[in-house]
Design a binder for this molecule. Structure first.
Ligand SMILES: Nc1nc2c(ncn2[C@@H]2O[C@H](COP(=O)(O)OP(=O)(O)OP(=O)(O)O)[C@@H](O)[C@H]2O)c(=O)[nH]1
Ligand SMILES: [Mg+2]
Length: 278
């Protein structure tokens, strides 16, 4: 029997740990069990019970002190140390979680981890060997979609994680409670690349039009660059996202049905049409 996992990733401050805490809380409310694993050696406080904690293996503070590294170097050192200890330390920590158990990995936000440092790739490959069905849940702060150039940059960062990890991948726009222009985000949830290109061309000097065309095509080719909006104040929003993720990792026999039964207020196509959804 497989085990299930969400790898919660995304830029620093995008809301990963908050999402993990809210997801845990939501699951408790609906009588479901998920275990949250802290993979951030720099984390200090948690709003969820920590099932496994990388800081028991290595902490950022110790590395900075003993090796005289700065915070970024120390983070990379910690993650590489984890990579070296997957077979012993991590496998032992995960031994208690058996068939059908559901783990949520709260990752650090350093973007290097998702672009060119292979630690997370090795990590997910190992999870697969241990028979985990894994989904990458890429969180992006909705402030990123306040203009087209930021949106493209957010998409490219997500694409880079997608390409590096080669996992089923779900993009999430977080902190919707802070977004005043709810209708304005609709075009970013399931983007029409022609409009996207027109917007880009309007905002940028004509010499960028070829580049804009190439970027729009890239976003189009990877039609996975859709976003699910998340408003953590709303149970239905968390429920909808979770149903999508469950469906992706084939958790539960009725996962398909669950997605279809979700409140239509929170589907990408309707989310901004109904202000009451927020
Ligand atoms: N209003 C609002 N604030 C949020 C939300 N999610 C996170 N925050 C705030 O954003 C800040 C960063 O949130 P975290 O959950 O720590 O983000 P993170 O991605 O885990 O950050 P790192 O681990 O440092 O990469 C905190 O001050 C949170 O309270 C949200 O949905 N709404
Ligand atoms: Mg965090």
């Amino acid at each position: 029997m497989p085990r299930y996992a969400q790898l919660v990733i995304g830029p620093a401050g995008s809301g990963k740990s908050t999402y993990c805490a809210n997801l845990h809380q939501h699951c408790e409310t609906v009588g479901r069990v998920v275990h949250v694993v802290n993979l951030d050696p720099a984390a200090e406080e948690f709003n969820y019970p920590v099932a496994v904690d990388i800081r028991e293996l290595i902490s950022l503070e110790d590395v900075m002190e003993e090796m005289h590294f700065g915070p970024n170097g120390a983070l990379i050192y910690c993650m590489e140390y984890l990579e070296e200890n997957l077979d012993d330390w991590l496998s032992e920590q995960l031994e208690d979680y058996i068939d059908d158990d559901y783990l949520v990995f709260d990752c650090p936000g350093q973007i290097e981890l998702y672009s060119h440092i292979p630690v997370l790739r090795t990590f997910v490959d190992q999870l697969k060997i241990w028979d985990f069905q894994v989904c990458a849940v890429y969180l992006l702060d909705c402030q990123f979609v306040s203009d087209m150039a930021k949106y493209i940059s957010g998409c490219l960062a997500s694409l880079s994680a997608m390409v590096q990890l080669e996992l089923p991948h779900i993009n999430v726009l977080t902190k919707l409670d802070l977004m005043d222009d709810k209708k304005g985000i609709k075009k970013f949830l399931d983007p029409d690349t022609r409009l996207l290109l027109a917007d880009l061309n309007e905002q940028m000097a004509p010499r960028f039009s070829k580049l804009n065309h190439a970027l729009a095509e890239l976003v189009d080719d990877y039609s996975m660059v859709n976003f699910i909006p998340l408003d953590i104040r709303k149970e239905k929003s968390i429920e909808y996202l979770l149903a999508h993720i469950d469906n992706t990792i084939q958790f539960g026999e009725d996962a398909d049905v669950k997605v279809k039964e979700m409140d239509p207020d929170f589907t990408a196509s309707n989310v901004a049409e109904d202000d009451s959804g927020f």
